[in-house]
Design a binder for this molecule. Structure first.
Ligand code: AMP
Length: 178
């Protein structure tokens, strides 16, 4: 879906940091994207195109999911809801535990910000094992809303994260696939 030009510009920009934060992880550093406003704008336009007219709300996952998620929501003219790491949100909130590519964690979401029946895009910068995004989808569905779309800048295909998300929706999009 993304143009070959956008794919190539992103591939050149995103850095691969071997063995960070622990040995064996190929860490994808997306921060150089923010040094290039035009590239950032094109990334947002591409991600917004995938979701245009299809969702009522965008949920972004802390913290790199915020960096793109808010701009996607603004482009779509829909609300943005934060999914945060444990301990950051005031009540009322609900929580879900999940497994990371490196460790175990917990995410939380305010309970009064999405409505039953709403169609929700869940966005994060990167799909690895899918544990984080799956937990986010559970938070959305616990509130009677539907996780109808997932988007990422990058998917690490060999970790098969999409398999965890397919039970919620087959509308899964990533600009780059490694
Ligand atoms: P997962 O739950 O395994 O899909 O992990 C996804 C989350 O962990 C995302 O929020 C990513 O930002 C982060 N993450 C996992 N693996 C990497 C990686 N190789 N490079 C950069 N971020 C990663």
């Amino acid at each position: 879906m993304a143009s070959q030009d956008l794919i190539e510009r992103l591939e050149k920009t995103i850095l691969n940091i071997p063995d960070f934060p622990i040995e064996g992880i190929q860490f994808k550093d997306i921060t150089p994207i923010f040094l290039n406003p035009k590239l950032y704008e094109d990334v947002i336009a591409d991600l917004a195109k995938f979701s245009k007219g299809k969702v009522d709300v965008v949920c972004g996952i802390e913290s790199r999911g915020f960096l793109f998620g808010i701009a996607i929501a603004v482009a779509l003219e829909v609300p943005f809801v934060l999914i945060r790491k444990k301990g950051k949100l005031p009540p009322p909130f609900i929580s879900e535990e999940y497994e990371l590519e490196y460790g175990i964690s917990e995410i939380e979401m305010r309970t009064n910000q999405i409505q039953p029946g709403q169609k929700v895009l869940i966005h994060d910068d990167l799909l690895a094992t899918g544990g984080t995004t799956q937990a986010a989808a559970r938070l959305v569905e616990k509130q009677g809303a539907k996780a109808t779309q997932f988007s990422f800048l990058i998917a690490l295909k060999n970790l098969e994260g999409e398999k965890k998300l397919e039970k919620f929706s087959d509308q899964i999009y990533s600009i780059l696939n490694y």
